[in-house]
Design a protein around this ligand. Structure first.
Ligand code: ZN
Length: 245
């Protein structure tokens, strides 16, 4: 049962100072499944991505848990003026588990708050990456709505994925590692995967070369990079063949 993986954690809001209870995943209980090609984590019986956002029910301030605090005084002011001033606290208590629509709304509020508080590019990029992964999960479990709903989710997933891709490119050249908790090799690998998705093979090749030429990458990482290199080389050949056809 999904609720058995969760516990309530007391969080103090970085904006209004009120305390609230947030649902957090008990990591010790998780059974890891094979992640997606781009490292999207997957677990048996629960989609942990749904629970990676903190949202204050008193003032509306919302962010990915890793970015919830600290805030500067200026950022608190920006949230108070642009988010809290128009926020109506929910009438009902929070549900026991989050359905995907609720999770999506919380993530979109997190993205809005990140923009309002002028967060680092990496925070925006990481929030967009998680949003695109959430849309992917929603598409996978979709039983109603049919083709139209599926297409709408796919479009959303792609749009957030693109924003994440562009944001991380900018973050790599302007911020210090770790970026969104990732070292440079992990982010190179992730970016190579995303670049492949967008058929940006020269960017993907560069990222893979960074890993293969690294002194610190371990064997496992280099093997994964080599596998990806094969995919890239094959895709470039196919693209070339299509152009010449
Ligand atoms: Zn608050």
């Amino acid at each position: 049962m999904e609720k058995d993986f969760l516990f309530q954690k007391k969080v103090r809001c970085a904006v209004c100072g009120e305390e609230f209870l947030e649902k957090v995943v008990r990591t010790a209980r998780l059974r890891r499944l094979q992640p997606d090609f781009d490292l999207r984590p997957r677990f048996r019986d629960i989609d942990t991505i749904k629970y990676d956002v903190y949202s204050c029910p008193h003032c509306g301030y919302t962010a990915l848990s890793r970015y919830f605090e600290p805030l500067t005084k200026g950022q608190v002011q920006l949230i108070l003026e642009n988010i809290s001033a128009n926020f109506t606290p929910p009438q009902e208590s929070a549900p026991e588990i989050y359905d995907y629509d609720t999770a999506l709304a919380r993530y979109e509020q997190a993205l809005k708050c990140s923009t309002v508080k002028r967060a680092w590019t990496s925070e925006l990029a990481y929030t967009c990456l998680k949003l695109s992964w959430l849309c992917r999960s929603m598409g996978e479990v979709l039983t109603e709505g049919g083709a139209e709903e599926r297409a709408r989710l796919k479009q959303k997933e792609e749009a957030y994925y693109k924003k994440a891709y562009e944001g991380f490119q900018k973050a790599i050249s302007t911020e210090d590692f770790p970026i969104a908790g990732m070292d440079s090799l992990t982010l190179d690998y992730l970016m190579a995967c995303i670049a492949c998705h967008f058929k940006e093979y020269s960017y993907a090749s560069r990222s893979v070369s960074n890993i293969l030429g690294s002194q610190t990458a371990d064997r496992r990482m280099k093997d994964k990079a080599l596998d990806l290199k094969d995919v890239i080389v094959k895709a470039i050949k196919e693209e070339a063949a299509k152009k010449n056809a």
